[in-house]
Ligand binder design. Structure first.
Ligand code: FMN
Length: 162
């Protein structure tokens, strides 16, 4: 089989940006210090056993801390949480300063006002180019607020009317 052709990164970003996603904040609290990052690559993976997945970049500074915790909580953002998403997509030293949250049953942060949360332990980590694919075993989950989700599409934020 011939080598695959080079793909222009700008074209890759532009085309893949046409796939709309929800937005999550993946959190953990290794040694009781909360960490988290904005994640659009979250997906439901398996019902039996109950598994989910997300893909942190090899450049993520939060992922090594999440991996050391061995567990994480996926926070699904509501339509009014664009500011929270931008905050957790940044690189500030203490992303949790001034942020309201409580502990999940496993001990990871559940952020105030999220639509739903999924509390997981890390089941497997697979290579994925410049990202890794993290598979999580679901231990607990809950719909926290009724409402619409925050949506990411073509590099911008949108809403889904419910
Ligand atoms: C809508 C949206 C989705 C994102 N999805 C991902 C993702 O799936 N994986 C990832 O590694 N970074 C993703 N990012 C970028 C990270 O949130 C960003 O690089 C952040 O600074 C990483 O923080 P950290 O260094 O604390 O891990 C996303 C950002 C936005 C705004």
């Amino acid at each position: 089989m011939a080598d695959p052709p080079d793909i222009d990164p700008a074209v890759f970003r532009q085309v893949l940006g046409h796939f709309p996603t929800g937005v999550t904040i993946v959190t953990a609290a290794p040694e009781r210090k909360p960490v988290g990052l904005a994640v659009g690559s979250f997906t439901s993976l398996s019902l039996d056993p109950p598994l989910v997945a997300f893909c942190p970049s090899n450049t993520s500074t939060s992922w090594p801390h999440i991996e050391s915790a061995g567990q994480f909580c996926v926070n699904i953002l509501a339509s009014d949480q664009e500011g929270l998403c931008r905050h957790f997509a940044g690189k500030s030293e203490d992303k949790f300063a001034g942020i309201g949250w409580k502990h999940s049953p496993l001990g990871s942060p559940i952020l105030d006002g999220v639509l739903a949360w999924i509390d997981c332990t890390i089941d497997a980590v697979h290579p994925g180019g410049d990202h890794v694919i993290v598979v999580g075993r679901v231990h607990d989950l809950e719909v926290a607020t009724e409402g619409g989700p925050l949506v990411f599409f073509r590099g911008g934020y949108g809403r889904f009317e419910v």
